[in-house]
Structures are given as C-alpha cells and as structure tokens.
Design a binder for this molecule. Sequence first.
Ligand code: PDD
Length: 277
Amino acid sequence: GTVFLNGDYVKRSGAKVDIEDRGYQFGDGIYEVVRVYNGNVFTMDEHMERLYQSADKMKLKIPFELKEFTSIVFKLIELNDVHEGIVYIQVSRGVSPRQHHFPAKDTAGSVTAYTKEFKRPVKSLDEGVTTTLVEDIRWLRCDIKSLNLLGNILAKEEAASGGHFEAIQHRGETVTEGSSSNAFMVKDGVVYTHPATNLILNGITRKVIKELADRNGVKFVEKIFTVDELLSADELFIASTTSEVMPVVKVDETVIGQGAPGPVTRKLQELFTERIE
Ligand code: PDD
C-alpha cells in the first residue's frame, strides 16, 4: 500500500522514521483513527478538529493547515482504494537530538498516515462482548489523544489475556472509560457516561451517540457513575471509531441485565447504523 510520510506518498515498505524522532523516543505526539465506510470518511471534520485541539493542548505545531491535511487524508484513501477500513494519522514533535525539553522552533513535526482495511465487527455487535475492570493508572490529561498509551496498553493487555474484549477503567469508585473506548451505562432507560473532562478522551463516537440520543428521545446524561452502579446497570456498552456501539454483557464475573444486549443499546445501534449507511 501507499502511505504518507512527511509530504510524500511512498510505498509502505520504504517508509522509515528516524531513531531520534520524538514520537519514537518519548511518545511525544498525537494521533487519530478515522473510519471509512463505503469509501467515505465518517466524521472527518470532527476527527481533524480534535487532532488540532490535541496539538494545541501540548503546544505541538502541525506542519499543515487543516484543509491541506484533510485533502492529504482523502488522497490516501483514494490511492489505496479503501472501501471499508480506517485511516491512522500521527504527528510527532519531530526529529532532534534527544533532550526532554522542546526542540528548536524550526523543527518540523513528523507526519505519517496510512490506511487499513477493517471490517465492521458484526458478530460482536450482535452478541455483545465481555470486559474486565481495571484501575485507571493513566495521567491527568486523558483528553489529549497522545501517543503515550502505556496505561491504556497495560489495561487492554489485562483484558486480552483474560479473554475479554475491553478493560473498563475506574479511578477509585468512579468509572472513567475503556482502554480504547468510552463507557456507557443504561439505568431505568437513561444513558449515563463520564463527563468530557480531562479524565477521558472526548470520543467522536460518543458525540455521535449523544446527538442520536438527543434527537430520538433517549435520555442521555453526562454524569459520573460508580463501579457499584456499573455492576448493577440494566445495560452497558462501550463506543469507539472501530467498535461503534458495542454491547457489554459481562464485567468480570458479573452478568449485566439479561446477559444479552439490551433494548436501549439496540436502539442506539440501529440509529448509528442508519447514520453510517
Ligand atoms: N481509540 N477513549 C480512548 C482512550 C480511546 O483511545 C478512544 C479511541 C476512545 C473513543 O474515541 P473515538 O470515538 O473518537 O474513536 C475513547 C482509538 C479508536 C484507538 O486508539 O484505536
């Protein structure tokens, strides 16, 4: 396939980065994962906007204007003839001799992007998935979509090694989010999710679900809920660019609701599917 590397469209096999790239040495960079359905990018503007917001929050200069960067992503999708897949976009603070403080002002950020075929997880969406609870040990700026994902990786590995799809993280009693998804609870017909503070990533899928809920008479509340409330919820689901509206039927040994995707989750899934078709 063809990938984007600092201004050029090159073969994947020829795309190499410097060993002193700050993304490689420090995780000093940001990224986005964007979904392609039927050859069309889904919520492109929202993802690009969040990329530039992440950049601002960590004082990182993206070496392209938003419009130009957007057309680069479109071109990459076209060149690779992506039908159903994702685009991964990354910007690091560039290459410079290793030192913790920022490099010289004229150091250009490193920009890479590539596409990948990725089918909708229809079986899991239909049956639901199982999860495990893990303590949220991440830093206090989870609102930045940073390359530093060690906390997320350790959480996901705990889930994967236990045969689970996702780890649901909690800071003490408070449920925050998944390792690579947002977390939602349904109680008495109302959807609850952690407010978009510094403790979670403000997911684009979360935003789409909120809009769909608001427009279709489903009560959607951004309010903190506890581990106990999570475990006694009527329904649970997680959401992300690749997982969409994913029902959660079990948290460790606790069966949620009837142990099958519930009616509110199903309704949001249907609305979401209409939205992407
Ligand atoms: N993950 N929270 C975290 C920690 C995430 O990493 C993600 C996305 C989300 C959901 O965000 P969105 O709906 O915008 O995809 C929430 C991406 C897909 C990833 O790292 O692969």
